[in-house]
Design a protein around this ligand. Structure first.
Ligand SMILES: [Zn+2]
Length: 279
């Protein structure tokens, strides 16, 4: 599932393609992608509007329009595909047997931006403003924003009794961290994912803050090298496993102490940690 670094890499790569472009036509192939909103409303809303910028908050990609915004959430495997023209889109989209899966496409005055999720969990929504979108409004500080400081983190940790892992996954506190980078940040900070958030000292919180930021920055570098290629429908981020120290490393030796990384269940999800050096 794309987390902050992946969505940031997508946003940065998309920006030069869409900034300043006008949306001429919205093509809906699979209306499920706009649920619970109506696909015709999306079309009516977006057509003839100009894209001022591509931005991101947490795991959400936002196309800021001259009025309102389009919000995209990739969930597990949502992705963007770029077509050179509407005729290329219509020739390739959803044409069996070897066509490209596309759910919604924004035909611009130059190029076409397709949104695709074969499993249909990803969504494309439209809003009059950031505040009009309940899921955006509910988000906490973005983990790479300047306002996310060690004292912000410490204050929020102190107010919560939840296990650290669950605290980090809660998008209403800090936005953008998912299962992968929470496991990684806790490994780097040497903190047990089961430990209650409010048991952390100021020093522990500072260590965790540093680990979160550096894990996300390193992952972002990795996600930009090579940068997303929207022309290739098979494209996915490569080489992230090189930087992972805990996530999906069950049974492999901890890179710090050599003992086996363990997989534990927490709140119905798997997390990975070294029970020897994460306290
Ligand atoms: Zn260890």
């Amino acid at each position: 599932m794309p987390e902050l670094p992946e969505v940031e890499a997508v946003t940065r790569s998309l920006r030069p393609l869409v900034r300043g472009r006008r949306i001429c036509c919205v093509h809906i192939f699979h209306p499920i992608a706009t649920k619970p909103q109506s696909p015709t409303r999306l079309a009516k809303f977006a057509e003839r509007r100009r894209i001022l910028d591509a931005s991101r908050h947490g795991k959400y990609l936002l196309l800021v329009l001259d009025r309102g915004l389009i919000e995209m959430h990739f969930r597990f495997d949502g992705q963007l595909i770029w077509f050179r023209s509407a005729s290329e889109l219509l020739r390739r989209a959803n044409q069996s047997p070897d066509g490209v899966h596309v759910d919604v496409a924004l035909e611009l005055d130059k190029g076409v931006l397709g949104f695709a999720d074969q499993r249909h969990f990803g969504r494309v929504h439209h809003w009059e403003s950031f505040e009009a979108c309940p899921s955006l409004r509910a988000l906490g500080l973005d983990a790479l924003s300047r306002e996310f400081t060690p004292s912000f983190l410490h204050a929020h940790l102190s107010a919560s009794r939840r296990p650290l892992k669950e605290f980090l996954l809660d998008q209403s506190k800090i936005a953008g961290i998912g299962n992968i980078y929470s496991a990684e940040a806790l490994w780097h900070a040497r903190l047990d994912p089961r430990r209650p958030a409010n048991s952390l000292s100021r020093t522990d919180s500072a260590k965790l803050h540093k680990a979160i930021v550096s894990v996300l920055r390193r992952a972002l570098e990795c996600c930009l090298d090579p940068a997303p290629d929207f022309r290739d429908p098979q494209w996915w981020f490569q080489g992230l496993e090189k930087i992972l120290r805990a996530y999906q490393r069950e049974g492999l030796p901890c890179r710090r102490c050599g003992r086996a990384i363990r997989r534990i269940e927490q709140g119905g999800r798997s997390t990975y940690c070294c029970l020897h050096c994460q306290k």
